[in-house]
Design a protein around this ligand. Structure first.
Ligand code: 5GP
Length: 188
């Protein structure tokens, strides 16, 4: 059966493991497009500019908004994050599906522009697991942790507005489920 390239949006609270899931699916399907977002936050240890994100100073981010370079952008926690049109176009030109790993506000913005986009929400098995994972990641200050948990509560309330929900309890199973979801929609 024919497969067609689709635009997928993966959202979910910080610490839910969506980045890991997406990179695992990508290793199964290397051609899958994963545009690199821009952000005004500082890189975490090990994050490479141009790979994890394009790390931009506020003024540069603002300049790019004014030049209309973003497909969408949103204020998440205390920083700005945005999807660059150029990154998405480069992926779409290859005729492959594209995954955007963005927050719920960004997800809704993209869905308005591309009603055919598929919204996938990644959920933790429980609230306590999420808190543990986020603490265990050890990348956040107490203040940043509190902010991320506050945002997580709000995001979890919006899960049922998404087309597909995946519970990330077992990484192996959740990866399979995400891969199956992509294939299902590509055949639709
Ligand atoms: P983190 O700082 O942990 O890398 O990401 C924080 C949040 O920003 C996550 O929920 C992530 O999905 C979201 N995010 C990352 N890139 C983008 C983007 O380009 N646009 C939007 N709207 N959200 C993004």
């Amino acid at each position: 059966m024919e497969r067609r390239a689709r635009l997928f949006i993966v959202s979910g609270p910080a610490g839910v493991g969506k980045g890991t899931l997406v990179s695992r699916v990508r290793s199964m399907r290397p051609l899958l497009g994963l545009p690199v977002s821009a952000t005004t936050r500082d890189p975490r240890p090990g994050e490479v500019d141009g790979e994890a994100y394009h790390f931009l100073v506020e003024e540069e981010f603002q300049r790019r908004i004014e030049k209309g370079e973003f497909l969408e952008w949103a204020q998440v926690h205390d920083h700005r994050y945005g999807t660059l049109k150029s990154e998405v176009d480069a992926c779409l030109e290859r005729g492959e599906s594209v995954i955007l790993e963005i927050d719920v506000q960004g997800g809704y913005s993209v869905k308005r522009l591309f009603p055919d986009a598929v919204l996938i929400f990644v959920e933790p098995p429980s609230w306590d697991t999420l808190v543990e994972r986020l603490k265990g990641r050890g990348t956040e200050s107490a203040e940043s942790l509190a902010l991320r948990l506050q945002t997580a509560r709000k995001e979890l309330e919006q899960a049922d507005t998404y087309d597909v929900r995946i519970v990330n309890d077992n990484l192996e199973e959740a990866t399979e489920e995400l891969a199956r979801t992509l294939e299902k929609y590509e055949r639709n």
